[in-house]
Write a protein that binds this ligand. Structure first.
Ligand SMILES: N[C@@H](CCC(=O)N[C@@H](CS)C(=O)NCC(=O)O)C(=O)O
Length: 327
């Protein structure tokens, strides 16, 4: 059928997981001028752009969160892949049951079967990673961008004139601080859980899992003294951490062997997680069944029977203590 291979095993070097660079780096801008990278021609418009996501993927999750925060729900449409990802990557397998359980939609725009078809449509010789999220231009039928850290920055400001939503999660005066926190959170936590879980040597696992928990201790301390990671304003840095937190106790702790502690055991981090979860329209971006099914049933080399464990229930709607601590 295809020579496309989508497998985390192909990204291992010296026992350690190496995340590959995203290749499509165009920017949507208010007037269609070129952004920080890539080419111009992608003007912010209602109903022109589309997101392809998995609800399991923390990187894709960031883009869904920003779609909500910035009031883009009616402007940017979404398709959700099937949680099971095997050799040829994300599929659009979809029926009434998967829709109900995992929120799948199929490729409701083009009827493709796999995500890789989007990439091959851009370049029949494409050999990069067939990842989600994909930000798609419905007008020109091209991929705009497949790097979530950039997609959230576009969403943060490019559509402001259309939506009138001027909330700013990357404010000028906090940028240095945000970048500093992102650096720690990305390498040691967001990607740290993957580097722990995908390690194929004891050394690589030991190193990464230790660094992960040192970083979590550091974050716990920051959140003891500050409501949010960069002070008293909620920024992209917080949301970038949060997508990993909501997957931690049910997946990373067990599946990726990040089991020194649960997030529930960190007073500040856990309450911070609850506070963000309870913000308007955010809870609906979390699909626990899709998350668990993806990780446990897709990485069969280290969970060969694809058994999805029961994980103990947490009530994320319970009262958090952040208002009391910081008023
Ligand atoms: N740099 C990308 C990373 C996205 C990514 O790694 N997505 C994973 C799912 S969590 C994926 O689709 N992987 C497919 C593959 O590795 O073949 C971003 O942040 O947007």
């Amino acid at each position: 059928m295809t020579s496309v291979k989508s497998n985390w095993n192909s990204s291992i070097k010296d026992g350690e997981y190496q995340r590959k660079e995203s290749q499509f780096r165009n920017w949507i801008t208010p007037d269609g001028s070129a952004g920080i990278s890539g080419s111009g021609g992608f003007q912010a418009e209602a109903d022109r752009y589309h997101l392809y996501v998995s609800l399991a993927c923390p990187w894709a999750h960031r883009t869904l969160v920003f779609r909500q925060l910035k009031g883009l729900e009616n402007l940017i449409s979404v398709s959700v892949v099937n949680p099971d990802m095997h050799d040829i990557g994300w599929s659009f397998k979809h029926d009434a049951e998967s829709a109900k359980l995992y929120g799948t939609t199929g490729d409701d725009l083009y009827g493709d079967e796999y995500i890789f078809e989007k990439y091959l449509a851009q370049d029949p010789h494409y050999t990069g990673v067939n990842s989600v999220p994909v930000l798609w231009d419905k007008k020109n039928k091209v991929i705009v961008n497949n790097e979530s850290s950039e997609i959230i920055r576009m969403f943060n400001s490019a559509f402001n004139d259309i939506t009138g939503n001027t909330l700013d999660f990357y404010p000028e005066h906090l940028r240095t601080k945000i970048e500093e926190v992102n650096e720690l959170v990305y390498h040691k936590i967001n990607n740290g859980v993957y580097k722990s879980g995908f390690a194929t040597t004891q050394e690589a696992y030991d190193k990464n899992v230790k660094e992960l928990f040192v970083a979590l201790d550091e974050v716990e301390q920051i959140l003891a003294n500050n409501r949010y990671l960069t002070g008293d304003e909620l920024t992209e840095a917080d949301w970038r951490l949060w997508v990993t937190l909501v997957r931690f106790d049910s997946v990373y702790h067990t599946h990726f062997k990040c089991n020194l502690r649960l997030i529930e055991q960190y007073n500040n981090i856990y309450n911070f997680m609850l506070e963000l979860y309870q913000m308007p329209n955010i809870a609906k971006t979390v699909n626990e069944a899709h998350i668990k099914r993806h990780y446990y049933a897709s990485h069969l080399s280290f969970n060969p029977y694809g058994i999805v464990p029961i994980t103990h229930k947490q009530d994320w709607t319970e009262l958090h203590n952040r208002n009391k601590t910081f008023n």
